[in-house]
Design a protein around this ligand. Sequence first.
Ligand SMILES: C[S@@+](CC[C@H](N)C(=O)[O-])C[C@H]1O[C@@H](n2cnc3c(N)ncnc32)[C@H](O)[C@@H]1O
Length: 305
Amino acid sequence: MTSENRYTDYDPWAWLYNQSEAHKSCQQFLPKLEKLLLPHLPEGAKIFDLCCGTGQITQQLLIRGYQVTGLDGSEKMLDYARQNAPNAQFILGDARSFEFPSTFDAVICTDSALNHIMSLEELKSVFSNVYTALKADGLFLFDLGLEKRYRNIPVNEGKLENEYAWTIGETYNPEEKTGTFTITIFQPVSKNSDIKQNSSIVNPLKRLVYNKFLRLIKPSTLLQLIPKDWHPSDITFSAKPYAKAEIETALEAVGFTAVKAYNFKGKLASPQQNKYACFVARKTCQSFRSVENTAKELSASNSYS
Ligand SMILES: C[S@@+](CC[C@H](N)C(=O)[O-])C[C@H]1O[C@@H](n2cnc3c(N)ncnc32)[C@H](O)[C@@H]1O
């Protein structure tokens, strides 16, 4: 893959991601890392934050004493990551094509970043690159939206700020098994299209009522509260959900073992889990794998005798 194929879709959303979604992702993900990954790593372990975005999770890992390297395809997301986690190392690159030597104790990939990988073949390349980057016995933790994750819903989330507002909507095409999500940013725009500073400030009570209550029960009410001179602009991303079983098979195909899937609360996922899963897999060293395979072959031949 050439550098022209680097995934850059987040560039126009970076400033908003940095102050909204990034904090939510960090809050939701840290407890899972603390439960499922960090207790199994040596002190000061080397962690690779794949698709690190704006670096809020990277920074939390640095604070806990880990050495962290982040990689992302979006230059703009990395600009914020460098400010948010100044002591980490950051690399501009693509998850489908990076090549690192086997130096990491763990690789993480959070906030369903791998749903932007649009085919199982490419996802296998990501898994294979991660496998190579891990030391023997290293762990890979990532989360993903599964087949039933996406719906057709015009406004799924939103927020009303003083000088701008945003909504997120999503679509899903079950035949093609692909979805989109669209961020719409509403900003005051003058007739000559320059963004006006403080053109219309939203009443603080309206903001409070929407942001604290309405956004949770009926996010689409935001559309009625937006000042008339705020104009929308859309950023649409493609996303692909995968089945839990196909992820497990793909991980095992590149050599991962001990693959486990967890639910949103970090508890082992049920076999029916079909909306979301957080996977943890281990790079088992070669000699252990051959012992394991021999044991499997022996137990299979015993069951026929
Ligand atoms: C939803 S954000 C998650 C960011 C971060 N992991 C977090 O939890 O806040 C998805 C990130 O994945 C990055 N990304 C998606 N596909 C990528 C690819 N093929 N290569 C590199 N980065 C990619 C995007 O640029 C974006 O920063």
